[in-house]
Design a protein around this ligand. Sequence first.
Ligand SMILES: NC(=O)c1ccc[n+]([C@@H]2O[C@H](COP(=O)([O-])OP(=O)(O)OC[C@H]3O[C@@H](n4cnc5c(N)ncnc54)[C@H](OP(=O)(O)O)[C@@H]3O)[C@@H](O)[C@H]2O)c1
Length: 328
Amino acid sequence: MLILVTGGSGFVGSHLVGGLLAQGHRVRCLLRRTSDLSFIASLPLEHVWGALDDAESLERACRGVDAVYHLAGVTKAPDAATYFRVNEQGTRSLLEACWRVNPEVRRFVYFSSLAAAGPADGSTPIDETCPPHPVSHYGRSKLAGEEAVRAYAGRLPAVILRPAPVYGPRERDILTYFRLVQRGLKLLPGGGAHQVCMIHVSDLVQLALRVLEDERVVGQTYFACDGEAHDLEAVLDAVGAALGKRTLRVVIPVPLLEVFAALGGIWARLSKRSVLLNDQKLQEMKQRYWLCDVSKARRELGFVPQIDLQTGMALTARWYREQGWLSG
Ligand SMILES: NC(=O)c1ccc[n+]([C@@H]2O[C@H](COP(=O)([O-])OP(=O)(O)OC[C@H]3O[C@@H](n4cnc5c(N)ncnc54)[C@H](OP(=O)(O)O)[C@@H]3O)[C@@H](O)[C@H]2O)c1
């Protein structure tokens, strides 16, 4: 099959591109002139130069493909408008282009996020039947992207994936925590009594490949995670074990996080750049239970996560070191 991947230059997208090629598919990527191609430069891809706000390029990208994986999006942005312009309007524009030039497409896969669904109220993970209640601009914009996809029900054979935070080689946010642990610091925002679901990027790719052929996925939404609830501290301990580092436990109180977030917000507005911590990211960090239930993907798609947290962190640490992203 010929498959269009948007966001193919990014962390998850570049792994997905590799997975599709390994399965014998041909891959076309929508890329911007400014895209960093380092993860995909050596791969045999078709390139379409364009962007989500360039309708003509979206038509060129969609023409003749058998399936679309839509991953292009922003996970960090300086303001709400940017999140919605890319994650909602960009998704809408891609759907419109696909419907215009390729209504026969066999699958349209939208990469949403657990953030679109919002956190769980307690330690019971949410499932796909729970009403969404995102807590950040990012989550609301990804939910708006989902709604755009659902508006095409009956026209395009779409499926929505909602991954929990994804980690693995090439990921840059969790790298920050690796670097702190490497320096012997285990920073626990707000005390660290939080529980999170996560997924290693290879498992997410395996799940994403499964929705390509199976007709029953059309119109469905699936959470994606490794099936475990991880204490935040256990995640950092797994990083410590992967790096062979003992760490000093440092709790960052919420008021201090609020100060950092406010400073981050000011810096983002002045510089027009995204920051790791602002009021939005803080809002997400304050939620105690980012937990989702992967039973539906297990049951309906036969998805069995292969990489547990310890193994995944060890693989990630090895890659960071090999690439010189981490010393030692
Ligand atoms: N990483 C996670 O933990 C996670 C969890 C849940 C869901 N997701 C979703 O998975 C998708 C991929 O995430 P990621 O972590 O791989 O993100 P990433 O590394 O930041 O990659 C984002 C990709 O989107 C492209 N892009 C951004 N704006 C664009 C635009 N206006 N036009 C065309 N392309 C554009 C980027 O292209 P350039 O190279 O040109 O910037 C890049 O290829 C996103 O939709 C995200 O919401 C990610």
